[in-house]
Design a protein around this ligand. Structure first.
Ligand code: 6PG
Length: 246
């Protein structure tokens, strides 16, 4: 099941998003004693993360029962301005009482991207207590959308789009020598809840293509998000929703 909410601005996106996230955490912890969350990178989620760290929401979250991961990471050290970990740490993780061991960082300061991805997979297996070949089921997967229709670091026509036997992969940004580490679509599609956060008029065509266009997932990889179960919410800032017809 999915729902789209068009929001006026980042302020409304963050408020609605934070409420949605806290309700998922409260329900997961009540049902299973813990909540497994994968954070989106880029700029859009920053405001939501700051909202989660605010008094209004932080006091509702049982931080010791939450476990935090990253949907993708840039191949930079954790204190680099481009690091998704750095953004999440500045806006949320360093401001709330999350036990250090509850945050599973991608060790993106290491030299070899495929080895970083393999280490991240071992971390996921350990924290989820997975048997070999078993996939993690995140309670909440936060995702963004690029102007080219990518999500996480699953770029158009990139090698990682076809990977269905790994949980994480190293993936090159098209036409660049820059590497990313990303969760793969099999993991994303196991999630119980997916929350897309999309802002910016430069995303309008990608939003239209992903939500209303012809099936063309190699060109618009977010179309590969085909959740096997649960609920998917799109919070779309009005300029990014401008080309939607329904
Ligand atoms: C990243 C993200 C990426 C991001 C989109 C949107 O590492 O950049 O994981 O998928 O969500 O590119 O980025 P903005 O929120 O900055 O527009």
């Amino acid at each position: 099941m999915s729902e789209r909410i068009i929001v006026a601005d980042i302020e409304e996106m963050s408020q609605r998003g934070a409420e949605h996230v806290v309700q998922i955490i409260e329900r997961a912890v009540k049902e299973r004693g813990k909540c497994m969350i994968s954070l989106a990178g880029g700029n859009t989620p920053r405001s939501l993360y700051e909202r989660l760290a605010s008094e209004e929401f932080a006091t509702r979250i049982p931080w010791e029962s939450t476990f935090w991961f990253f949907g993708d990471e840039r191949h930079v050290p954790p204190d680099h301005e481009d690091s998704n970990y750095n953004m999440a740490s500045e806006s949320l993780l360093s401001k709330v009482p999350i036990p250090h061991e509850n945050v599973s960082r991608v060790l993106a300061e290491r030299p070899d991207p495929p080895a970083i991805a393999a280490h991240y997979e071992m971390t996921i297996m350990k924290v989820f207590f997975l048997a070999p070949g078993e996939l993690p089921v995140f309670d909440l997967m936060l995702l963004g959308l690029g102007p080219d229709g990518h999500t996480a670091s699953l770029f158009p026509h990139s090698d990682a789009l076809k990977i269905n036997t790994r949980m994480a992969a190293a993936n090159k940004i098209p036409e660049s020598e820059d590497w990313r580490i990303t969760l793969t679509f099999p993991v994303i599609n196991e999630s119980k809840n997916i929350l897309f956060l999309v802002a910016g008029d430069d995303k309008a065509e990608a939003v239209r293509q992903v939500l209303e266009g012809q099936s063309n997932p190699e060109e618009y990889p977010a179309q590969f998000v085909r959740q096997k179960r649960g609920f998917q919410l799109w919070l779309i800032e009005q300029p990014a929703a401008a080309l939607l017809t329904k």
